[in-house]
Write a protein that binds this ligand. Structure first.
Ligand code: WTA
Length: 677
């Protein structure tokens, strides 16, 4: 395991503080979709792969599948072969008989004076069909073609995705906030000749011009050999064009105008083979350009449907809100495909959680009667920072809350549970990846106790284990960190890297695969690329990407452990630790913290933080410096850019920071760090 600073020691001890259990309430358990404590007996490894048949049974198939699992092209597994289905049909058509008038999507515009749109399943059916007709007849797209979607958080995003799925087109959604360059890379790699976009959208109260970015993306893609011949432009305000970028003749089409030709048209849902690709989602690897993770139709749909039912506990009467962006895997699996496949009601909010003030989220929850809330630690930390008392002011009640995306510090977890969950909600910390389609580890909410900072055991069907460098499995409670691997295939896993099977095999299996031509799934453990430990109770604690682990004098310290320690100091709002090269020790941690509003920086706080780290972890985790910064450099999706902080600490090149949400902060921090050393 490379820790980014030259150390490769795999089995050093990890120190952490064991946390207390929290138990789901009796009321929650009584209504839970899964509360049978014997469930894991049905999902033991000796029953693989047949135990996944029940997941496929949650879907509607045009033609039933005949084989659960096909290993003939190992490790590019195929699921539910012989079967045919359509994802759009499963998310829409099959609900019409009973639930046509039920809300499928609540779209909440950022401006509070604009009313929420409640789109019923019937309305979704109409809109998806009409747009699919436009894609087929105006854009001349056919089954198997790739389409790039670059939309903000608006209802048109799921409509576009589901219209693609209806026709058997492979969508590749690019996060709305991505730059022209990132968008162009994805257009080129996926070979898309059609781009779906919107003129503008709201963010922090401003109408942001979006279409201009796409013109640039198309120009860059053309330079790299991929011509986009059709750009379909939705209008944020139908009938009014809100972008300064001129329309390009013979290329750009205003969707609202063109759609009039297709009013009332219905498009049959293509009968897709289970293993046909549904979408690509690009994600960064450790090296090289982003990989197009290819997800299939039957396996993926079965997996996200089952996970939405068992882990998110979505019932027909629930209102579910996941604050992720549709441009990430969480949005695909758990705003669109999973919840809609179950016939749930899913909320889409256009803007930022703090616009116009820190109470916005809670007003949305209150007004829509949201009872399942799904967000990321980064959002929780920021809500805790800007409005710790806001949740109390509103009348909402969550039965379940979800966290995803990064390890959550126990301190932050407890705040989430107490203040947002009002000490009544069950929390599921879901550990998974773009590649995995759905959850790997999480506590089954109606069954298992929660433990702050630990994602939990593998979800039913998933058998994770900690591998050391020699592919030995470290037993639970060994107290040693290693690589989190999954011992068995599962239906939600990506099928391959788009156009690069070798990269798929080497990135995710290379290291531990027994022989490259084995057809036995047992020979192909999946490598997550995360470090973690498994405690005696079988729970996994994710330490972060393996390059986030800091190896100090042979002792492995999860950067998250240090951050969690810093977060126990009441004045601290956010903490980020980076490894700084050290001649003797290999690396030392260096810490950046930001303070809660109204707290002034002082040497006392620095000392408090240093003491907290020594207290929580030990002297071994002592940081070279604790820098109090006005804000962390962040991506537009809110992730702290530790890479940039690492470069500052190590006096390296910070790279291009212009795509950050706050590029100006980088120089400010650099000055602070350089001047004081
Ligand atoms: C991290 C997001 C700790 C992990 C779904 C993983 C987590 C990467 C958790 C994938 C969690 C995700 N606890 N760490 N609950 N969830 N991660 O592809 O490092 O954007 O490998 O998928 O996020 O990020 P991705």
């Amino acid at each position: 395991m490379n820790n980014g600073t030259g150390g490769t020691d795999q089995q050093s001890e990890t120190r952490w503080k064991e946390e207390e259990y929290f138990y789901p309430s009796k009321e929650f358990t009584a209504q839970a979709n899964l509360n049978d404590k014997t469930v894991f007996e049905r999902f033991t490894l000796d029953k693989f792969p047949d135990y996944y048949a029940g997941f496929a049974d949650m879907l509607t198939w045009f033609k039933p599948w005949d084989k659960v699992f096909d290993a003939s092209d190992a490790p590019c597994w195929k699921w539910f072969t012989g079967g045919t289905l359509n994802a759009s049909f499963n998310c829409i058509d099959r609900h019409l008989a009973k639930d046509a008038n039920k809300t499928a999507i609540h779209f909440v515009p950022e401006l509070e004076e604009e009313k929420t749109e409640h789109i019923t399943y019937q309305e979704l059916y109409v809109r998806v069909n009409e747009f699919a007709a436009l894609l087929r007849d105006t854009a001349k797209l056919k089954r198997g073609d790739r389409v790039t979607i670059h939309l903000p958080m608006v209802a048109e995003a799921p409509i576009a995705m589901l219209a693609c799925a209806r026709l058997g087109l492979v969508h590749t959604v690019v996060f709305g906030g991505f730059s022209a360059n990132a968008c162009a890379d994805r257009i080129v790699d996926s070979g898309s000749r059609v781009l779906i976009t919107m003129d503008a959208y709201y963010r922090s109260g401003k109408l942001i011009d979006h279409k201009g970015v796409d013109d640039e993306a198309c120009a860059l893609a053309a330079e790299n050999g991929q011509k986009v011949d059709t750009v379909l432009v939705w209008q944020r305000y139908p009938g009014k064009y809100s972008s300064a970028a001129p329309l390009v003749p013979d290329r750009d089409i205003i969707v609202g105008d063109e759609l009039k030709k297709y009013y009332g048209v219905r498009v049959p849902a293509e009968e897709m083979r289970s293993e046909d690709p549904l979408f690509l989602m690009y994600t960064s690897g450790t090296t090289g350009k982003p990989k197009g993770c290819q997800h299939g139709t039957g396996g993926y749909m079965a997996y996200v449907t089952a996970m939405s039912k068992y882990i998110l506990d979505i019932h027909p009467e629930d209102v579910y809100w996941c604050t992720a962006d549709i441009g990430w895997i969480t949005g695909h699996s758990f705003i669109v495909y999973g919840p809609l496949s179950l016939g749930g009601s899913s909320v889409i909010y256009e803007g930022v959680p703090t616009y116009p003030d820190a109470g916005r989220n809670w007003r949305i929850a209150q007004d829509l009667n949201v009872n399942i809330f799904h967000t990321a630690p980064t959002a929780i930390r920021s809500l805790r920072k800007v409005g710790p008392d806001e949740p109390k002011k509103y009348n909402f009640k969550f039965k379940l809350m979800v966290t995803v995306g990064e390890p959550i510090e126990p301190e932050v977890w407890r705040w989430y549970e107490k203040e947002i969950g009002k000490s009544q909600a069950v929390i599921v910390d879901t550990y998974w990846q773009t590649e995995t389609g759905g959850f790997l580890c999480a506590t089954v909410p109606g069954i298992a106790p929660m433990k702050p900072g630990s994602a939990g055991p593998g979800v039913p069907g998933i058998h994770p284990a900690i591998f050391d460098d020699e592919a030995n499995i470290l037993p639970p409670g060994s107290n040693k960190a290693g690589n989190i691997c999954i011992r068995n295939p599962w239906p939600g896993c990506m099928q391959t890297v788009w156009g690069d099977r070798d990269r798929f095999v080497s990135s995710y299996f290379g290291r531990y695969s027994v022989s490259s031509d084995s057809k036995d799934w047992r020979d192909w453990p999946y490598i997550t690329g995360d470090g973690g430990i498994q405690t005696q109770d079988g729970y996994f604690r994710v330490l972060g990407r393996t390059d986030d682990v800091i190896n100090v004098s042979g002792h492995r310290l999860g950067s998250k452990e240090i951050e969690a320690a810093a977060m126990t100091v009441p004045e601290i709002a956010e903490a980020a630790v980076v490894p700084i090269a050290h001649e003797i020790k290999g690396a030392e941690p260096e810490l950046y913290v930001s303070l809660k509003p109204g707290v002034a920086a002082s040497p006392e706080i620095v000392k408090k933080v240093a003491d907290a780290i020594t207290f929580q972890i030990g002297k071994i985790a002592k940081c070279r410096n604790v820098w109090i910064v006005p804000d962390m450099p962040k991506t537009r999706s809110g992730k702290i850019m530790r890479r940039v902080l690492g470069a500052i600490s190590n006096k390296g090149d910070v790279g291009n920071v212009m795509t950050l949400a706050n590029p100006e902060i980088v120089e400010e921090i650099q000055k602070m760090v350089n001047n004081q050393k």
